[in-house]
Design a protein. Sequence first.
Length: 455
Amino acid sequence: MSSKAQFSTKIGLIAATVGSAVGLGSVWRFPSEVQANGGAAFLLIYIACVFLLGIPVMLAEFSIGRGGGSDAVGSFRNLAPGKKWWFAGALAILTSYLILCYYMVVAGWTFEYMWESITGHLYQPIENVDGYSSQFSVRMQEYISDDINPLIHTFVVIGINLGILLFGVQKGIERISNILMPMLFVLLLAFCFVSLSLPKADEGLKFFLNPDFSAITPSVVIRALGQAFFSLSLGMGVLITYASYFPKDTRLIKTSFTVSSSVIFVAFMMGVIIFPAVTSFGLQDATLKGPTLVFATLPEVFAQLPYSQVWSALFFLFLTVAAITSTISIAEVSIAFMQDRCKMSRKAACLTMLLPLFVLSTACSLAQGSWSDIKLFGMNIFDLLDYLTANIMLPIGSILLCLYVGWFAPKKFLNNELTNYGAITARTFQIVVFIIRFIAPVLIASILISSFLND
Ligand code: PFF
């Protein structure tokens, strides 16, 4: 049973947890958020959110998972028998599953871009389009709005996930994370090196590193908070599930610092890669912004480097690796639930998890193409799932989690898990509990409220 499964080594445990956190959120979403929200000012607030709020909430999830020793629902049930707190776990499972459905589609795009870089198709000139800048945005539109190709690539990524997940926690998730995470860091460093050696790299660095404090507005703070939660995989049951695989002697505080610092490191390095490249090639005023930064702006940069295809293929391999180590963690939340609650075998749980995933991912993929006109609440299904999960379900789940751990969890459990059986000082413990009780729920509620006010 998955509740008995454990990560076998400390390195493996860190690689898997960092792998879950470091994903498209840090490598794709973060640079576009920085660009849209005032550069360095956003970076600073993001870092503050990760350390001041992200780590305490991560500790809350770790405690529930390790203390409860089961899937997201089972852990709450074990800790609060006869109470309704399991609902918070159920919400987390549903949220993570819905995220998986559209996350797989974006992971499919990164895979497709890797493949199109290898074949060279990405860099073939398009007729009647002048200039690279528009060429790559046309290409992106062409790839994403096609019905068949993105779907095939999404299915390939789902297949890769299945292949890993069938092997279980140690032989699947842990082993593949041990291989992929070092690879991810090596590729990241290689790209930093390339980017920093470009001419005029310093201008991009200035935008990324010189804070303009006048750019800080309440909405920037709220977006930074949302980015921090998404990039740390908080509020979705992932960390509860993974922590149930932590051995009892795992130091939760140390682990949470390692995971959060790695996420910040990767996000920071992505800024160091992207912004110098953008200024170096004079693309800062281009219309290519936001989510297209990675898919349309960077190919333009690669096109101007020697061995374009090689750099491009390596970069999209890097994105694909980051995505896959996250998708396996999201899928594991539902698989653990089915194994523990429904007593299914691992194989049956993996296959059951797949069926609705195929349907919903297909819908999300087609939502960029021929189904783009099918709208619910004014949004296509891709945007709707993104909005629902990130702006509504995730904040509600995180608030419930903080309320339970801060106010209702048995004191002995909290003390044992959070202090790791006395390994941290009483003062640190008090600060963490104070944030979980008072600060985190209020700030998370602000995301929720602001998302309603923005409508
Ligand atoms: N933290 C991952 C990222 O930044 O891409 C995304 C993620 C992982 C979201 C796990 C949700 C989740 F359950």
